[in-house]
Design a protein around this ligand. Structure first.
Ligand code: PNS
Length: 161
């Protein structure tokens, strides 16, 4: 059974993330969407909230599970015997950072491959930070995040202003 992990901070999940998860679910037997800590970011949502939001958006994908982990991604991947990490690449600007992460993860867990899926063109501009910025500025985030979690995201952004 081929197992993939879609890792990220998902703070919050966007339509771009969901697109990558859907496409990964077509390629692998099992997909684990894994909420991790990115030490360079201060999260708006707790790990539990992010896991719950991703679960409510991915219920229709039977081979997708959602989990959170506070340690190294490479260790988690070893524990669940994952074959690959799958990440979306939006533009050349993502590449250097993602390439560095993939090399570190391979060094820590030599059996682990990282695969990149090109983001579909309609999501090229999209990121969790952009969603938060638009929401903070009073703009509509309806086109950027899954409908199931839109209100929850809007509420938290407003509370945080
Ligand atoms: O969505 P992001 O914020 O770009 O995802 C980055 C993330 C969370 C995948 C990355 O920071 C990560 O893997 N964090 C867990 C700790 C780890 O394993 N770091 C890589 C080796 S230093």
């Amino acid at each position: 059974m081929a197992i993939a992990i879609c890792p990220g901070s998902f703070d919050p999940i966007t339509n771009g993330h969901l697109n990558i998860i859907e496409r990964t679910a077509k390629l692998f037997d099992e997909v684990i969407v894994l909420v991790l800590k990115n030490p360079t970011k201060v999260p708006l949502f707790t790990d539990e909230e992010r896991v719950d939001m991703i679960r409510s958006c991915t219920r229709y994908l039977p081979n997708v599970k959602v989990d959170a982990y506070s340690g190294l991604l490479a260790d988690y991947a070893h524990q669940v015997k994952a074959d690959a990490l799958v990440k979306g690449l939006r533009a050349v600007t993502d590449f250097e950072y993602e390439f560095q992460m993939s090399l570190i993860n391979k060094k820590l867990n030599p059996l682990l491959e990282t695969m990149f899926l090109n983001t579909d063109s309609e999501y090229m501009y999209l990121s969790s930070s952009i969603v938060k910025q638009v929401g903070e500025g009073g703009g509509s985030i309806a086109d950027f995040v899954p409908a199931a979690v839109r209100e929850q995201i809007e509420k938290r952004i407003k509370e945080n202003i």
